[in-house]
Design a protein around this ligand. Structure first.
Ligand code: ATP
Ligand code: MG
Length: 295
């Protein structure tokens, strides 16, 4: 329905309490303008801490992810990246601090509620069934989104109604020719593309990707990189990624974690030139950091 006053904002934004968050736009902002606001942040953590029996894995992290950005979370092994992701999706309870999505504090939400808010982590909810076809896997993800995932007794005809949308999603990740293939028979890189398609089926506003190119050969890395760029068109992506070519190639902003704390934040060129970052990577990936294109 049209909104002649321009005052209505999308359902997900409706409950935002602007007194509750510093990076929230004014309620009167039209939704389209809202998305374009330069300082509009979709996700924010304030003083996030996670301790494991006295060991501080995440130590006072203030993270701000801007709407529409591809934001990379990087750092040496053991820096706390996966722990951060686990806190964001509530796989783990934070010891202290708060997490805000579209200005709403969801620190105490359940993982299910977080997914319903529009935060979906790829390779987590989107488990792929190896012995089903590629199309069937996407169809199941769509059913899950419709809340009918356990209605397997429904007729084939009603399931077939989802085929059109499932094929659209497969086309968007370049898998349309593989729709009838049994998933287990697909090469690794294409399985990852399928996982992204099943995540997209849930239509996330914020997509979390933990090492999307891990274990891939050069060609697949390139394909997944292009894919991430493509699917980021109408959403925000936060990804943990070790491959600096990917980070340099597609991310708008980087946050560098080291020993649980934020070491640096900014665009790639700025962060890669930061002496603290270079020192943190010393003896590991410093060569890659300095020369992401492999020159
Ligand atoms: N459940 C846990 N219990 C105890 N310590 C943990 C637990 N999970 C993570 N840690 C520790 O917290 C630190 C951060 O781990 P985390 O997995 O978040 O690092 P990471 O940045 O994802 O590393 P990598 O690049 O190797 O994936 C590590 O020292 C790890 O051993
Ligand atoms: Mg990790």
């Amino acid at each position: 329905m049209d909104d002649p006053t321009g005052l209505r904002i999308r359902e997900r934004h409706r409950i935002i309490d602007r007194h509750n968050n510093s990076c929230v736009a004014d309620r009167r902002t039209h939704p389209d303008d809202w998305r374009l606001m330069a300082d509009d942040c979709i996700l924010e953590t304030k003083g996030l801490v996670k301790e494991f029996r006295g060991f501080v894995a995440v130590n006072g992290v203030d993270l701000k992810v801007r709407r529409g950005h591809i934001h990379a979370l990087i750092g040496p092994n053991g820096a706390g990246k996966t722990t951060c992701f686990n806190l964001l999706t509530k796989f783990l309870e934070p010891t202290r601090g708060s997490i805000h999505f579209n200005g709403v504090d969801f620190t105490r939400d359940t993982p299910e509620r977080i997914a319903r808010r529009g935060i979906v982590r790829s390779f987590q909810i989107s488990a792929v069934f190896p012995h089903l076809t590629v199309l069937e896997n996407v169809r199941i993800a769509l059913q899950r989104n419709l809340g009918t995932s356990f209605h397997f007794w429904k007729s084939d005809r009603s399931l077939d109604q989802l085929n059109g949308r499932a094929m659209e999603l497969l086309t968007s990740v370049g898998l349309e020719a593989h729709a009838g293939m049994v998933t287990v028979e697909m090469p690794y890189g294409r399985k990852r593309a399928l996982e992204i398609a099943t995540t997209l089926a849930l239509d996330p506003e914020l997509m979390l990707l933990d090492e999307p190119t891990q274990g891939m050969g050069h060609e697949d890395v390139h394909r997944v990189m292009e894919l991430i760029k493509q699917v980021s068109a109408n959403r925000t992506i936060l990804m943990v990624e070790h491959n600096m070519k990917v980070v340099a190639g597609i991310s708008d902003t980087l946050t560098v974690l080291a020993r649980g704390s934020v070491l640096a934040e900014g665009p790639y060129a700025e962060v890669a030139a930061n002496p603290l970052v270079i020192e943190a990577y010393m003896g590991t990936e410093v060569a890659e950091l300095a020369s992401p294109a492999g020159h």
